[in-house]
Unconditional design. Structure first.
Length: 602
């Protein structure tokens, strides 16, 4: 009894120590966010950083207002956005809703990213130590690589949804357990719940993991010629549970309003062969990457030391060739439809060249994300290799064989050391105007109306105005936005189909001047403002240079706090008078809201 109790205490202590180290590494990754999380934004992918702030606020808004989380009208009014057809990450934003409500999306984003990496490492550590390896250091190394692999850390640059992989090891273990369990109903139900949760974090990684787990399960059952009935019964229960819970969200995604078919703009994104041996920039051994490599999804970046170490450890993998095969299949699949070498697309076809352009679900994947399969397999191989080396060193203590095993362990550490993460690079985030942040906009935007920022929110010039809605807790709806929606052909397009006025305002801001305001253009703007049920147009302080053109279009502006604004009369219509903020005598004077007639709800 006593030895067993000591062993359990050692196991718990080792696990706790591993979690502490993982959390420490997560804090290192986000170190530049820690002093002022609301004053900085990711330097590499700021657009996605801003989008996920918005998604966090959407989750909190849905909980506060008990509104439909799968669809929103707070962006792209009046049509709205299909959140299931976008990276809404409801499996994270809903659980974090209390924190987001109390502290704001930017604090939640920091907590989420740290927890995503540390949580993935911890669940992998648990799976490895419980089911695959005996040595705790081996499990720690495998977990650390799964949670902080180069491609994973790169995605914490504004895309922590692809670092939130803590459910994937649990899904793999749960799937394989169906072959041996006597409690197929219980385990099938648990697996179904895990699948649904992962569905609301990353459908791509769920699909990849499910296919991998299914293949491994088939190989296990066929190899052992047992467990087929238990597997079948468990999978039926899993399908019923997952299908019942996911049916409506998936219908919304694929057949609901603002749904689309395929993502052709990302279909050709495959990994570059040179990227596999390139050291990652966000690491101790990283160097400035060549410009061409930034055009890839960057899911690999394993570096040549690690790949050499994995090859030299081949003798330890003789009983685990299936894992090696999985790693190779993932690497080949990640190459996309055409092989890339040092930034150049060659004429050599890749595996995805055979994939139909609009195959359901698969056509929405980015080929390079199959590299996550390789990353997971490498985490397993590193753990297996270290476990085998530790066993050799223990069994052959005092011999040359033990010395060689310890030397090989040193080589593994040396190969992994350059991959230790460094703090993500950030840049200052533009301060949201006081007019928005203080809530001074509220008297001007009655319920059922929208606020129109200039430039309109999007993933380029309008990134800062997108964050206005974040700091306002989505209290006012806006036109345009950063999201995927259907274009005129039903294919995915960034921002869907833009309204004429959104395109016009963006063009004016980008070119620092506007076109001649013909009667037709004025009428088109009036139509869009009426369609948006707009009550206020607000000019970003960074785009003050277009004020004269907007004055010509909308009438003299009013200065309130640190913005220029134009009130939109409730009677504005395509046939009405030009939109104006008031008589010229009010220009530049402190503004107060004017009474307005009731508006139709959005």
């Amino acid at each position: 009894m006593e030895p067993t109790s000591r062993a359990r205490r050692r196991s718990v202590s080792a696990g706790a120590a591993a979690v502490v180290v993982y959390l420490g590494l997560g804090l290192v990754v986000m170190a530049h966010y820690l002093p002022h999380p609301d004053a900085v934004i990711d330097r590499a992918i700021p657009d996605d950083n801003a989008w996920l702030w918005w998604a966090l606020e959407h989750g909190a808004y849905s909980v506060r207002h008990l509104s439909n989380p799968f669809y929103t009208h707070r962006m792209h009014v009046p049509d709205g956005v299909n959140m299931m057809a976008n990276n809404s990450v409801l499996g994270v934003t809903i659980p974090l809703a209390p924190l987001t409500t109390l502290a704001g999306a930017k604090i939640s984003y920091l907590v989420w990213t740290v927890a995503a990496c540390a949580g993935t490492a911890t669940s992998t550590y648990w799976a490895l130590s419980r089911h695959l390896v005996e040595n705790r250091v081996a499990a720690f190394i495998g977990g650390a690589f799964a949670g902080f692999a180069p491609g994973v850390v790169h995605h914490t640059n504004g895309q922590p949804n692809f670092a939130t992989n803590f459910l994937l090891p649990l899904i793999l273990v749960g799937t394989l357990r169906l072959a041996t369990t006597e409690h197929w109903a219980r385990d099938g139900t648990g697996l179904g719940l895990l699948i649904v949760w992962q569905l609301f974090i990353s459908e791509e990684l769920l699909l990849i993991t499910s296919v991998t787990a299914g293949c491994l399960l088939i190989a296990y059952v066929v190899g052992r010629r047992t467990g087929a009935r238990r597997v079948t019964a468990g999978l039926v229960v899993t399908g019923i549970v997952a299908g019942a819970l996911a049916a409506y969200p998936l219908w919304t995604q694929f057949a609901g309003p603002q749904s689309y078919r395929g993502i052709p703009l990302f279909h050709d994104w495959g990994e570059d062969l040179v990227a596999f041996v390139t050291l990652p920039p966000d690491s101790l051994g990283g160097v400035a990457p060549p410009p061409w490599i930034l055009a890839t999804e960057q899911n690999t970046w394993y570096g040549w030391p690690l790949l050499i170490a994995v090859v030299l450890l081949w003798p330890t993998y003789r009983r685990h060739r299936t894992v090696v095969a999985v790693a190779l299949i993932g690497a080949v699949g990640a190459l996309g439809p055409w092989i890339r070498w040092a930034g150049h697309a060659t004429a050599v076809p890749g595996p995805w060249v055979l994939e139909p352009r609009y195959l359901p679900v698969v056509s929405m994947m980015l080929p390079s994300r199959l590299a996550f399969v390789t990353t997971g397999a490498l985490a397993v191989l590193l753990a297996i290799g270290w476990d085998d080396l530790a066993r050799r060193a223990r069994l052959h203590r005092g011999t040359r064989r033990a010395d060689r095993a310890r030397l090989a362990q040193f080589g593994v550490v040396a190969a992994l050391f350059p991959l230790l993460p460094t703090p993500l690079p950030v840049v200052p985030q533009t301060r949201t105007p006081a007019f928005i942040a203080s809530g001074a906009w509220r008297p001007y935007v009655p319920p059922g109306t929208s606020l129109v920022p200039v430039p309109p929110p999007d993933n380029s010039l309008g990134r800062d105005t997108l964050t206005w809605t974040v700091d306002a807790r989505l209290a006012f709806p806006v036109p345009a936005g950063y999201f995927l929606g259907p274009d005129a052909r039903g294919q995915a397009a960034m921002g869907g189909q833009w309204d004429y006025t959104s395109r016009l305002f963006q063009s004016v801001v980008a070119r620092h001047k506007g076109p001649e305001l013909t009667p037709a253009r004025r009428a088109a703007v009036r139509r869009d403002l009426a369609r948006w049920h707009a009550s206020l147009v607000v000019l970003s302080p960074a785009a003050d240079y277009v004020k004269p053109w907007l004055d010509d279009l909308l009438g003299p502006a009013r200065r309130v706090d640190d913005v220029w604004l134009w009130e939109v009369p409730a009677s504005a219509s395509p046939s009405g008078n030009p939109v104006r903020s008031g008589s010229p005598s009010h220009a530049g004077a402190p503004a107060g809201p004017r009474s307005r007639s009731p508006r139709r709800p959005l």
